[in-house]
Write a protein that binds this ligand. Sequence first.
Ligand SMILES: [Fe+2]
Length: 322
Amino acid sequence: MLLRIDRRQARIGMFVDHVEGAWIDVPIWFRSHRIDDDAAVARIRDSRISAVVIDLDKGVGPTQGPVAPLAPPKVAAAASTAPDPEVVKAKETLRRTHSAMRQIFAAIRDGASIDPGQARAVVEEVAVAMRHRPRALLGITRLKSKDEYSFLHSVAVCALMTHFGRFLHLDEDMVQQLGLAGLLHDIGKVTLPSEILGKPGSLSEEEIEIVRTHPQEGFRILQSQDVSDMVRDVCLHHHERIDGRGYPDGLQGDQLSQAVRIAAICDVYDAVTSVRPYKEAWSAKTAYRRMWEWDGHFDRVLLGQFFVSIGVTGETARRPDP
Ligand SMILES: [Fe+2]
């Protein structure tokens, strides 16, 4: 018999048949299993899943009364889970993508031309991985170290933009352009001083002003590159807001292109759900709830559709007809 329980009721001896929650919040290590030790209990309790469904014929049920305290998790215990083949493939994608992205960024720093074929191949690789193993890919890019933040953020925004573009039934050329725009949207940050870019704490007002130059710097860089106007538009305007209070141009309403509106959502979503050492990472559901409250920031129709596209139920949105 199957029984749905709160994840905080998980205990040793239970057999987990499956878990519930937005697919994007289900841990990448998950498969049906028996809970054998405290580390396995901790993994479930610390996850963002909304409920656990246990099989009472294969394991114990929940206890009555208060939830038992957990022993401190053992770091080594996570390694006892056999590697998930989807995670292995997603990591392989990122390894290949990383070296290509290094070359693209180096070319831009040196004032050389991006190889359009190489850039296209990166977008293609990320888009294919996002089509076949989105949970594994986004699960890995969510964990961002300081050194790899720029690379993983670019890949994650590229993945989310291609995924959302397909969800909106946009044609493949447009999806490819959205992916390239996602990869290059923050390229202007290569001009920022590394002390500011790598600063872990909050920035001074002067430093914030310097960071806010990155859209124009990126646009300037891309003017001499063989990319479409749409890619340049996203680079220049991904920090604009629908109410005109964004930067650098204070565009509003219809002045923001569809690509810019999509980029603004994917950029912020990846930033707020990223796991960083110094800040809380929001779950997909929390991101939905809070981003929805930011009145005037995003295109509301697209915002609702975006969260439907990643499996977070939206009360106000549905997928458009093809
Ligand atoms: Fe940016």
